[in-house]
Design a protein around this ligand. Sequence first.
Ligand SMILES: *Cc1c(COP(=O)(O)O)cnc(C)c1O
Length: 401
Amino acid sequence: MDRNLLLSLVKKYESPLYVYDADKIESQYNRMVTAFSSVKNLKINYAVKALSNVNVLQLFKNLNAGLDTVSVQEVQLGLKAGYNPKDILFTPNGVSLEELEQAMKLGAQINIDNLSILEQFGQKYPKVPVCVRMNPHVMAGGNSKISVGHIDSKFGISIHQLPHIHRVVENTGMLITGVHMHTGSDIYDVDAFLRATEILFDAAATFKNLESIDFGSGFKVPYKEGDIQTDIEELGKKLSKRFNDFCKTFGRDLTLMFEPGKFLVSEAGQFLVNVNVVKQTTSTVFASIDSGLNHFIRPMFYDAYHHIENLSNPKGKKRFYTVVGYICETDTFGVNRQISEISEGDVLTIKNAGAYCFSMASNYNSRYRPAEVLVKGGKGYLIRQRETIEDLLRGQELVKI
Ligand SMILES: *Cc1c(COP(=O)(O)O)cnc(C)c1O
């Protein structure tokens, strides 16, 4: 996005501000569709939890995507954005039977990740088609905070329990139409991912009513120059061929599904902040910004690297800074970063702010959550207003005790 446009948006909507580039979202989506173009039935379900603004959901709907949701509230957001409930997959983990029933009643496709609920659901609703989430126990990369397919993970039904799933299916007469895996974030290695898919193919072959295979997500995007990213084109080539061969053997055209969040929206987002204070200490120069872990927690929570640039002084001499937030707790955005010389009042941009940034924002320290702007065709549209004191007080009343 153009620097002058970004600066004009901060001027208009104030700081801090999330800005998303609709064209980048679209091009990432199309990259994926192109990579898998040899598959007859492809469905990409956008993972709502990455960035859940209804305008972003609407953008994906116009691209013909479906949604992957993890709470009944996300299903409701999808319906609000105009989705056909059939295009919404409900893939929660460890939720109650009641919540699954609510999602089912809204018309969403149900994905179940444990044997206990599978058995209860099958007894009550044997005719409702269900997808099962399997855990292939393959470490596809990343650290244990974000990798969810390994042996100790709480996610999914162990692949070793496949006989137990079939016993539940036989006993209840329930209908399994999909198998699913989601190995977690950070697929560095296409071949490791393909090994996990082989395990899922083997499981898939045992379900005679199968209609779809969902390979989840975990596609990695670059956060800085030189970063490894998932080679989606290579994956598309290899997995499409394998999938088409599987369908031939299986005897029916199935739907190939993915549910990316980060891949589709991470790079499209930038977080614009103002520098409140430049503070020299005995050990470093701090740039304190008008935000913190309340708005943007990934650097503190996951040790995620997010690139920072000075939009106000792009050609300035490079100096070393530690960029910190204003929360009364250590909230460091970046240590020893080389950034063009910063003055108080400058606007910084924090990159890769599309996925798991606004959606993880809170009101900690009783601060307002920021506004969000979607840029399309060079024009910015306000898609969420900055909060006000009314938002902080909503639902609270002083009671006489
Ligand atoms: C979070 C999540 C995703 C999206 O993961 P990304 O790493 O953002 O692509 C997909 N599927 C499920 C079930 C999830 O919980």
